[in-house]
Ligand binder design. Structure first.
Ligand code: F6R
Length: 607
């Protein structure tokens, strides 16, 4: 999704801006640009495609100015061309970068065209540049013009503005899209994500909804939505810089797959004792909320939605609490019946997913309490939810989510235990789960070590165009996640089915060109699943089965990858790993852009 970086300093800022954009590449984008004030004018460079193209352009015409704004664009209005890339300008005076979507841009554009403004792009953003310019032309100072403009905009946005008559400052504002201010010494910055600025600072101010900020090299002034000057706290960002480096790995995705034992340990740390869940981890108000909870509504998107589907099995099985789950993009736009005492749970890696955030805002006042399972401290979901349980996965850079998913499952299992305690879970059952959780990092490590074997397996897969993924019970959402991973990064068409559904339709697709992947741990449903596998085999389908030691025998047309023995409750977490590895190796064999698959963005901050 789009990214913003801005800098005002006593040194040249182009390098800082380009490095910032490079660090935002993981979010997904299709063009990039920057505008720097130098020699009494604003110089703009834009390129379609990668930040690398922009970097080459800047090397050919180096910019040495001390203030500038930059952007990576993920196309929403208009194609990913150079003309549509940000910054957008009004004449030569003013440049603007924008994340989000301006919903009322059409009437505004019409008005501006009638006033004689000429548009050079198809974007909604250009409207903002001309609105500010028009207000300045009418005699307002830049601040007044910017505020007047912001008040006319409907939709979600984070904005940065550079004006040639105010060369030492950037104005910025946020509503619905994240924006941080980076604090330096004699230099200050803005960015849509602190990751962009970790090379220059680790001190950040997280702007609140409606905030407006004026950033100069020596000062940061913030006004809230009521235009009162406010003092927002400066927070030190704790993650290490190495999180943004690939280290020995060829791709971030592989690094993140390998990190899972460690980040799962970090997610459990301080939250379980030898035998018990430490409920305080959910916050001081959690106990009273859990006491009253009679229904759980989970809302999420994509991979996070799959984590929620697993949690539904756990919550209904262990806690006996009814749990509904829905994708945020549907939930937010329909009328819903919210049962009494509903705990509203959002799940999100980024904490900024527009649909999930909108769903939370729509029902916040109608539910018992909201709780987010989230990976980014200080993100909008964390700030706007009553309770949160952080997944301590560290920054996830690969667009395809891996370690966020397994840590979400861990957090959701802890939530299940907290609720189930109040609904008949015995102390012994809790201890069994907690003891299993202590073993989880080791089991994940054993699963990650299957890497080489799965790499070999993937060779039989890479030439295929379609595939089916099967699972039963809580392994069905794991199959869904496996299918999503494969299609995201290898572009092979993959569908997941609850194995029992096979004969109700998808079996018609099975032939030797349709590989079928099954997750088949040794649990009560294994015999049922084996019967489903025979249905595939009888139709000449080629099977790839991930199964507990010696429980499924390899035979002609049926390849078996032996998994470590896993306590049943942990199966969805551990069996995710081989599916991630399979997708990764297939994608590498196919030569796709593993970390930044086509058309996708890391953080979907527009609907
Ligand atoms: C898939 C993936 C996406 C995200 C989805 C929600 O690999 O990463 O499906 O899971 O866009 O994002 P978050 O979890 O940030 O709300």
């Amino acid at each position: 999704m789009c990214g913003i970086v801005g800098a005002v300093a006593q040194r040249a800022v182009s390098g800082i801006l380009l490095e910032g954009l490079r660090r935002l590449e993981y979010r997904g984008y299709d063009s990039a640009g920057l505008a720097v004030f130098e020699g009494e004018q604003i110089h703009r460079l834009r390129r379609a495609g990668k930040v690398e193209n922009l970097t080459h352009a800047e090397q050919e015409t180096p910019l040495k100015g001390h203030s500038g704004i930059a952007h990576t664009r993920w196309a929403t209005h208009g194609k990913p061309t150079e003309n549509n890339a940000h910054p957008h300008m009004s004449g030569d005076d003013l440049a603007i970068v924008h994340n989000g979507i301006i919903e009322n841009f059409e009437p505004l554009k019409h008005q501006l065209q009638q006033d004689g403004f000429v548009f050079t792009s198809d974007t909604d953003t250009e409207v903002i540049a001309h609105l500010v310019a028009r207000a300045v032309n009418q005699g307002k100072n830049l601040q007044e013009a910017f505020l007047e403009t912001v008040s006319q905009l409907e939709g979600a946005f984070a904005l940065g503005v550079l004006h040639k008559d105010y060369p030492d400052q950037i104005l910025a504002s946020r509503k619905g899209s994240p924006l941080v201010v980076g604090i330096g010494i004699g230099e200050n910055f803005i960015a849509s994500d602190q990751m962009a600025l970790l090379q220059v600072t680790d001190r950040f101010i997280y702007l609140e909804e409606g905030d407006f900020v004026q950033v100069t090299p020596d000062e940061v002034m913030i006004w809230d939505a009521n235009l009162e000057i406010v003092d927002r706290p400066v927070k030190k960002f704790e993650h290490s810089l190495s999180a943004a480096d690939k280290g020995e790995f060829r791709h971030f995705m592989m690094k993140e797959i390998y990190e899972q034992p460690e980040v799962v340990k970090a997610t459990l740390q301080g939250r379980i004792s030898d035998k018990h869940l430490l409920e305080q981890a959910f916050g001081s108000e959690a106990a009273s909320v859990f006491d009253q909870t009679q229904h759980v509504q989970i809302i999420a998107c994509g991979t996070s939605f799959h984590a929620g589907l697993v949690a539904k099995y756990w919550l209904e099985d262990l806690a006996g609490i009814p749990c509904s789950i829905e994708v945020a993009s549907e939930y937010r736009y329909r009328k819903h019946v919210i049962p009494a005492n509903t705990l509203f749970v959002t799940i999100s890696q980024s904490g900024e997913t527009a649909d999930t955030l909108a769903a939370l805002r729509a029902v916040k006042d109608k539910v018992l309490a909201s709780l987010t399972v989230c990976n980014v401290p200080g993100s909008s979901l964390v700030r706007e939810s009553d309770l949160c349980l952080m997944t301590n996965a560290g920054p996830e850079i690969g667009v395809a989510s891996t370690k966020a998913f397994t840590t979400q499952l861990v957090a959701l299992l802890m939530l299940t235990v907290a609720l189930a305690r109040r609904h008949g879970l015995t102390e012994q059952q809790e201890t069994d789960i907690v003891e299993a959780l202590h073993k989880l990092p080791g089991l994940l490590l054993a699963a990650v070590k299957l890497d080489k074997e799965i790499e070999i397996l993937s060779q039989d897969f890479a030439e295929k165009n379609h595939s089916l993924f099967l699972g039963r019970g809580p392994l069905y959402p794991v199959a869904m996640e496996g299918a999503l991973k494969l299609k995201e990064i290898s572009y092979i068409h993959a569908e997941a089915y609850a194995a029992g559904e096979l004969k109700h339709g998808p079996l018609a697709l099975v032939d030797k060109e349709m590989p079928v992947v099954a997750v088949a741990p040794n649990n009560a449903l294994l015999d049922k699943l084996k019967a489903n596998l025979q249905e595939v085999k009888a139709r000449g389908g080629e099977l790839f089965v991930f199964a507990g030691a010696d429980h499924v025998k390899p035979e002609d047309g049926l390849k078996v990858e032996q998994m470590p023995d896993v306590p049943e409750i942990l199966e969805p977490i551990v069996y995710t790993i081989p599916l991630q590895l399979l997708s990764y190796h297939v994608a590498v064999l196919k030569g796709t852009d593993v970390d930044q698959p086509r058309n996708l963005a890391k953080s979907v901050t527009v609907e």
